[in-house]
Design a protein around this ligand. Structure first.
Ligand code: SF4
Length: 349
């Protein structure tokens, strides 16, 4: 059933779609929850209709004025062997990023404490690796245990995982593993050549099997078409189940990377992408991620209206800038938004 063709936009409850339970996809003998044409139809709605509908879905499934605050710390920076066209940490691009080895556990804990004092409830640890070596993973395991001991939700993004590694992270208390699918499957080779889409799915499956929550999203503004954006959202929304956290990044163009100089995405198209993520993944935390700084306060406000309810906050966002804590606090006060409480240790769906 195409919900778009059976009622006025914004008028229907969106708990289920296509009459399928939320965790059914065609691989389970049921039609995908969302087809690409359906999501393209969402994108094509008049802007106010789309935002109204996204806000309705948001209020049905999420606290209306609460935003989850995550702080992201780069625990190992630069020198990555992969060739992601957007990334200043790839060793092969000359971007001026200073390589830094894996941090010491006590330094990571100190940063997490500081983030907690500033109101962050989730602490994400990011390392620029194709995949972690076992000796490095052992150190990350110690970091995860220590950060969980502070009462924060924990998240890590470490690249592709080998069999058994997801289980070790889960045992240490890791709540979320971030592994973005980046872009639509048929656009993947235009952005990255050192791995393929199936590699991403493989790690995501290991994360699910280990019982962790999945944090998975993508990047827009990489010169892709609107159809490609709809495909990215469809791929995420049709995962079984869809990710608990969905970061939507707006490309930050960094001189020296292949994607520097790409035509900039219309900020209102970015807002539309957020709205489509909210409508198709009602229970997910939809996160404004990289590129938030460039959007400005008014567009960020529209993103919150469109259903974004999570941001990266405080610390540097891996290697690109992030609005400082005071700016965010001021914006939250102007919008009447409150930080969401943490819930570490909740089992994955
Ligand atoms: S995005 Fe991650 S995997 Fe890709 S080059 Fe950057 S650090 Fe490496």
């Amino acid at each position: 059933m195409d919900t778009l063709s059976t009622s006025t936009p914004g008028s229907q409850s969106l708990d289920t779609h296509n009459g399928c339970a939320a965790n059914k996809t065609d691989s389970a003998g049921c039609a995908p929850r969302w087809t690409v044409p359906e999501i393209e139809s969402l994108f094509a709605l008049p802007f106010n209709d789309l935002l109204f509908r996204a806000q309705q879905v948001h209020r049905e499934h999420q606290p209306a004025n609460a935003v989850q605050l995550s702080t992201l710390l780069s625990i190992k920076t630069g020198g990555c062997s992969e060739d992601c066209g957007y990334c200043p940490q790839a060793a092969r691009y000359h971007t001026g990023v200073e390589n830094q080895p894996l941090m010491e556990v006590e330094d990571v804990v100190a940063a997490a404490k500081q983030a907690r004092e500033h109101g962050a409830t989730r602490f994400c640890m990011g390392a620029a690796w194709r995949s972690p070596k076992q000796r490095d993973l052992d150190k990350v395991v110690a970091m995860v245990k220590a950060v969980r001991g502070l009462g924060m939700e924990t998240c890590a993004t470490l690249g592709m995982l080998k069999p058994g590694q997801a289980g070790q992270l889960r045992e240490a208390g890791l709540d979320y593993y971030n592994h973005n699918i980046d872009t639509a499957e048929d656009n993947y080779a235009n952005i990255i050549s050192t791995r393929d889409y199936a590699d991403r799915i493989d790690t995501l499956e290991q994360v699910r099997d280990a019982g962790m929550h999945v944090c998975c999203g993508g990047i827009v503004g990489m010169g892709e078409t609107r159809t490609a954006r709809a495909k990215l959202i469809a791929q995420l929304a049709n995962m079984s189940p869809y990710p608990e956290s969905v970061p939507i990044n707006n490309l930050v163009q960094v001189p020296g990377t292949p994607l520097d100089g790409t035509d900039k995405l219309d900020p209102l198209e970015f807002v539309r992408t957020i709205a489509c993520a909210r409508i198709t993944m009602p229970k997910a935390m939809v996160r404004l991620s990289a590129g938030r700084q460039e959007l400005g306060d008014a567009v960020q406000a529209l993103c919150f209206m469109a259903g974004a309810n999570s941001i990266f906050y405080g610390e540097k966002l891996l290697t690109t800038g992030n609005p400082d804590v005071e700016n965010d606090r001021a914006l939250f006060a102007r919008l009447g938004l409150k930080p969401l409480d943490p819930s570490p240790g909740e089992p994955a769906a």
